[in-house]
Design a protein around this ligand. Structure first.
Ligand code: BES
Ligand code: MN
Ligand code: ZN
Length: 493
C-alpha cells in the first residue's frame, strides 16, 4: 500500500473515491461544503430528501457526481459534531475502508481528518487512518483453496494541513507490526510450535540488522535452572525454546526496556485438561509472544533510538505420561519453589523464569504481555486489557500510551492481602489460588519474581483475539507498546 499526504481541495482531486465526513444537525465539513457548492447543493439535497442524516456510522456511496473530478464520493456519517470519541473515530475509519473494499477503487483520497475528535490532532488522525487501512487490508489466506477476496486498493492519499510524513511512517510501522502479530496468532498450533516461533525470531533478525536473535534449547535452560518453564514443557513432544531478541538502537549504556511475551503455542490445560468447548482458541495462547514480535518489527521499521530486549518462553502445555502433575513441587530459576495446584495455570510458570532472566539486563522497565487468565474476561470483557504494576510512574506511562493509541487498558490492584492465597503447606508458594480474583492472584504470583525492577503486567486474555464469527487475532496490544516506546524516546530516557 502506498500512502501520501495531500493538501488538495476535494473538488479538484482526481481519484477513484473521495471519502468525506458529514455531521448530523451541524454545518457541513469544509470538504462537504466545497462539494456541495460545486455541485449546486447535491449534499444539501441528500439531507433534505432524507437520503442521509449524518448519523454515526451511516455510509452513502455516490457515483459520477457532476463537476467534481473524483469517480466516487463516499459520505460517512460522523454523528453530532464535537461528540465523537477516539474509539468511535477509528470505528468510522474501519467502516469506510471496509466499504471501499467492496468497490473497484484503486486509489482513494481521505478527508476524514477534518472530523473533530476530542483531544486528538491531525497527526493522530492520519496515524489512525493508516493503521485502520492496514488492519482492514489484512487477510489470512494461506490455508484456503479459495482465498477471501483481497481489495483493489493500492494508494491512499490523506488530506492534512499539519501532519507530517512521520505520522504516516508511524502508522505504517504499527500496522505492519499488528499484522505480523495477527499472522502468528492465527497460525494453527500444529505449525506454530515453539520451534516455529524460534525460527520466526531468526527470520526477523535476518530482515532487520538492528535485531539479533538468540535461542536457548532445553539443555541450555536446564543448565540455567529454569525448572518452572521446563515443567510445563515436559509433557510435549515439541521441545521448549527460550527466545531472546535484542534491538540495539542506542549506546550500550542505555538501560533497556524488556518485553516478555507468553508463548504457549497450545494450552490444553495439561493433566488438569480443559473442557472441549472452544479449545481450538488455545492456539492463541502465544499472542503475548506474537505481540513482542510485532513490536520489534515496528521498532526496527521506525529505527527508534532505544535498547529493547524481547524474551519469549515458548512451550506447549500437553497431558502426557511425562507431563507435570498437580502436587509436583518444582524449582524456578529464582530459587523459589512452587507447588503445582493446577497444570492449567502454566502461563505464570513460564513467565516467572523469563522475568527472573530479565534481571541480567539491568532493565529500566520490564513489561510482560500474556493471555494469562480467563478471569480478566469476567472483569473487563473483550475491550480492555488488564494492567498491573509495581511502579506508579511506569503504570501511568502505559495507561497514557493505551489512551493515545486507542488500545485500552485499565489498572487493577494486587496488594499484599491477596498474596496470602498463594501460601503452600509444602513449598514457597502454590501456582494457583482458586477462583476468587483470578487475574489478581496471577499478578501476585508474578510480582514475587519482579521485585528488582519497575514492572508492568498486561493480561490480554480478553483482547488478543476475537471469538465467534470474526474469530482471529487482533494484534493487540502492539499499538499500545509501540506508543509507549515512542513516548519513551521523546522523554529522552
Ligand atoms: N491461557 C489460559 C487463560 C485463558 C483462558 C485465556 C480462557 C483466554 C480464555 C491460562 O493458561 C489458564 O488456563 N488460566 C487459568 C488459570 C486458573 C487455572 C488459575 C484460567 O484462567 O482458568
Ligand atoms: Mn492454562
Ligand atoms: Zn495458558
Amino acid at each position: 500500500m502506498l500512502y501520501n499526504l495531500t493538501q488538495a481541495n476535494a473538488i479538484e482531486t482526481t481519484t477513484d473515491c473521495l471519502i468525506v465526513g458529514i455531521y448530523e444537525n451541524a454545518p457541513l465539513t469544509l470538504s462537504a461544503k466545497h462539494i456541495d457548492e460545486k455541485t449546486h447543493g447535491f449534499i444539501t439535497e441528500l439531507f433534505k430528501h432524507g437520503d442521509t442524516s449524518g448519523k454515526l456510522g451511516q455510509t452513502l456511496m455516490l457515483h459520477k457526481l457532476p463537476s467534481i473530478n473524483a469517480k466516487r464520493l463516499l459520505l460517512i456519517g460522523c454523528g453530532k459534531a464535537g461528540q465523537l470519541t477516539a474509539i468511535q473515530y477509528s470505528q468510522l475509519i474501519n467502516q469506510a475502508f471496509t466499504t471501499i473494499q467492496t468497490t473497484g477503487a484503486q486509489d482513494i483520497s481521505c478527508y476524514l481528518t477534518e472530523i473533530e475528535v476530542e483531544q486528538r490532532d491531525e497527526s493522530w488522525k492520519v496515524k489512525q487512518i493508516v493503521e485502520q487501512a492496514s488492519y482492514t487490508q489484512y487477510r489470512f489466506n494461506q490455508f484456503k483453496k479459495q482465498p477471501a477476496p483481497t481489495s483493489k486498493l493500492q494508494r491512499i492519499s490523506i488530506y492534512t494541513k499539519t501532519a507530517t510524513e512521520k505520522a504516516l511512517s508511524e502508522g505504517n510501522a504499527i500496522g505492519k507490526g499488528i499484522n505480523l502479530t495477527r499472522d502468528l496468532g492465527n497460525l494453527p498450533p500444529n505449525i506454530c510450535t515453539p520451534n516455529y516461533l524460534a525460527e520466526q525470531a531468526l527470520q526477523l533478525a535476518k530482515t532487520y540488522p538492528a535485531i539479533k536473535a538468540e535461542i536457548l534449547d532445553v539443555a541450555a535452560m536446564e543448565k540455567l535452572g529454569m525448572g518452572a518453564l521446563l515443567a510445563v514443557a515436559q509433557g510435549s513432544h515439541n521441545p521448549a525454546k527460550f527466545i531472546i531478541l535484542h534491538y540495539a538502537g542506542n549506546t550500550a549504556e542505555q538501560a533497556p526496556i524488556v518485553l516478555v511475551g507468553k508463548g504457549v503455542t497450545f494450552d490444553t490445560g495439561g493433566i488438569c485438561i480443559k473442557p472441549r468447548e472452544n479449545m481450538d482458541e488455545m492456539k492463541f495462547d502465544m499472542c503475548g509472544a506474537a505481540s513482542v514480535f510485532g513490536t520489534f518489527l515496528a521498532l526496527a521499521e521506525l529505527k527508534l533510538p532505544l535498547n529493547v530486549i524481547g524474551l519469549i518462553p515458548a512451550v506447549e502445555n500437553m497431558p502426557d505420561g511425562l507431563a507435570y502433575r498437580p502436587g509436583d513441587i518444582i524449582k524456578s530459576l529464582s530459587g523459589q519453589t512452587i507447588e503445582i495446584m493446577n497444570t492449567d495455570a502454566e502461563g505464570r510458570l513460564i513467565l516467572c523464569d523469563a522475568l527472573t532472566y530479565a534481571e541480567r539486563f539491568k532493565p529500566a522497565a520490564v513489561i510482560d504481555i500474556a493471555t494469562l487468565t480467563g478471569a480478566i474476561i469476567i472483569a473487563l470483557g473483550f475491550h480492555t486489557t488488564g494492567l498491573f504494576s509495581n511502579n506508579a510512574n511506569l503504570a501511568d506511562q502505559l495507561l497514557a500510551a493505551a489512551n493515545e493509541s486507542n488500545d485500552a487498558a485499565w489498572q487493577l490492584p494486587y496488594h499484599a492481602q491477596y498474596q496470602e492465597a498463594l501460601n503452600s503447606n509444602f513449598a514457597d508458594m502454590v501456582n494457583s489460588a482458586g477462583r476468587d480474583a483470578g487475574s489478581i492472584s496471577a499478578a501476585c504470583f508474578l510480582a514475587r519474581f519482579t521485585e528488582n525492577y519497575p514492572w508492568v503486567h498486561l493480561d490480554i486474555a480478553g483482547t488478543a483475539w476475537k471469538t465467534g464469527k470474526e474469530k482471529g487475532a487482533t494484534g493487540r496490544p502492539v499499538a499500545l507498546l509501540v506508543q509507549f516506546l515512542l513516548n519513551h524516546t521523546k522523554q529522552g530516557k
